[in-house]
Design a protein around this ligand. Structure first.
Ligand code: 13P
Ligand code: SF4
Length: 306
């Protein structure tokens, strides 16, 4: 697409968005052109907060399915649209309600926490929901010593190692973050000797151990903004986040940890699809009433811990 076509498309989206009284929410992993036309760009926690407080009739959610579903649960009166509803999260699909119920039966005294990267049905069966931004704080602050944590084994073990609490883990993982290997860190450190390595806690234990910081996306951004001495960073998460970092912190340099950090589902949302979605008012995301009510309890608890 030429630059003038891209600008034309962006302008069309912005115009139609106003007409529809819509707000566009985009995750940090969305393509740069999607981030450019969004009203709010952020991590899972920030997007949930925005979805709830946005003063609009329609939310166009540019991210993956569980995120749009969470937005719908938090704002049932708004129409939530996804430009491509096939944008799923493989991690969220790695646990079923049956799996969870079995785990709960095996550990009847444990409190259940699900990572927000899970379906509403799973959230409906959990006591608490968390994001990468508040998982550690949540487990630290709750007055319990035994938890079931689903579906991400790596975020769960990160929290387990940091808190020392008993945490029963499920075997889910993010296929994108698991593709980062130790050699990537060694190569990147050799290439950019002054740079600090920041990785997402969905990465494997050995990557987290080899990095300087393990943080959720928004915490990475905050850290880069606030640090006085550090000028360069190697980023171990989805590649499009580098665009957000570079836009928000223009005086520092950001390098991807490797070329493998691409979430194909996050890339399914394109500018054309955003335009069509606003034109046709499709595809609307709905959640069954009984699931919605139960899931809301664990999601509300997630929003209490920032
Ligand atoms: P954040 O909430 O840190 O943005 O992460 C969401 C996600 O899907 C990570 O892969
Ligand atoms: Fe899911 Fe991983 Fe993509 Fe995040 S990066 S949406 S966890 S597949």
């Amino acid at each position: 697409m030429t630059n003038s076509n891209l600008e034309e498309l962006k302008n069309k989206v912005i115009e139609l968005k106003k007409k529809r009284n819509a707000v566009i929410l985009a995750h940090n992993y969305q393509l740069p052109e999607i981030q450019d036309i969004a009203d709010f760009v952020g991590d899972s926690l920030g997007l949930s907060i925005e979805a709830q407080k946005a003063d609009c009739k329609v939310i166009v959610f540019c991210g993956v399915y569980f995120m749009a579903e969470t937005a719908k649960i938090l704002s049932p009166q708004k129409t939530v649209l996804m430009p491509d509803p096939d944008a799923g999260c493989p991690l969220a699909s790695m646990i079923t309600v049956e799996d969870l119920l079995k785990m709960k039966a095996e550990h009847p005294n444990a409190k259940t926490i699900c990572y927000v990267n899970s379906f509403a049905e799973i959230k409906a069966h959990c006591d608490y929901c968390c994001t990468s931004a508040n998982a550690l704080k949540m487990v630290e602050s709750l007055p319990y010593d035994e938890f079931i944590f689903v579906p991400d084994r790596y975020l769960g073990s990160f929290v387990k190692n940091k808190t020392g609490k008993t945490i029963h883990l499920w075997k889910g993982f993010c296929p994108v973050h698991l593709k980062f290997i130790k050699e990537h860190i060694a190569e990147a450190r050799a290439k950019y000797p002054g740079a600090k390595v920041m990785v997402h806690p969905e990465c494997s234990e050995e990557i987290v151990a080899a990095a300087d910081y393990a943080l959720g996306t928004e915490a990475m951004l905050r850290h880069a903004k606030n640090s006085k001495d550090e000028k360069e960073y190697i980023i171990g998460t989805e590649e499009s986040f580098i665009y957000r970092l570079a836009t928000q912190v223009p005086d520092k340099k950001f390098y991807p940890l490797s070329k493998t950090g691409i979430c194909p589902n996050m890339k399914k949302t394109t500018l054309e699809k955003v335009l069509w979605c606003l034109e046709d008012m499709k595809t609307e995301i709905t959640v069954e009433e009984s699931i919605m009510q139960k899931a809301r309890l664990s999601i509300d608890r997630m929003l209490e811990i920032k």
